[in-house]
Design a protein around this ligand. Structure first.
Ligand code: 5GP
Ligand code: ZN
Length: 112
């Protein structure tokens, strides 16, 4: 499922370019265009789910895959100190209504 107006569906399809850092059968990960921390990655399902609640209800196995990839990338890009965040709903700060995990850290692997 894709949504014609969804920016993240367009990143999945390649219609919008991104700084892609990982791809699996069901997921992609890329750098946030407006980083809020030294490390700011986004991990998303290729299929469109409006938020983590819909992903959890519709496809919990894929949410588990997403969490595993987020933690794996956190291990590659940070020194092991990081935050995982799912903004869910406009009032919680969600602006892109395609489920995504933020990986945030002020502690990059290389220490810079
Ligand atoms: P939200 O506020 O929905 O939790 O997070 C959406 C995130 O997507 C924001 O941190 C924003 O900077 C990022 N973002 C929005 N548009 C683009 C884009 O076109 N490319 C990339 N790489 N990130 C984007
Ligand atoms: Zn989408």
């Amino acid at each position: 499922m894709t949504e014609a107006s969804c920016i993240f569906c367009k990143i999945v399809s390649g219609d919008i370019s991104s700084d892609l850092i990982a791809e699996t059968a069901n997921l992609i990960a890329f750098k946030d265009i407006a980083p809020l921390a030294k490390v700011h990655l986004l991990v998303i399902p290729k299929k469109h789910y409006r938020d983590v609640a819909e992903l959890s209800a519709s496809n919990p196995a894929q949410l588990s895959e997403l969490m595993s990839l987020a933690v794996k990338l956190a291990g590659e890009y940070t020194n092991g100190s990081f935050k995982l965040q799912f903004n869910t709903g406009a009032e919680a700060g969600q602006t892109i209504f395609h489920a995504h995990a933020h990986v945030l850290s002020e502690n990059p692997k290389d220490g810079s």
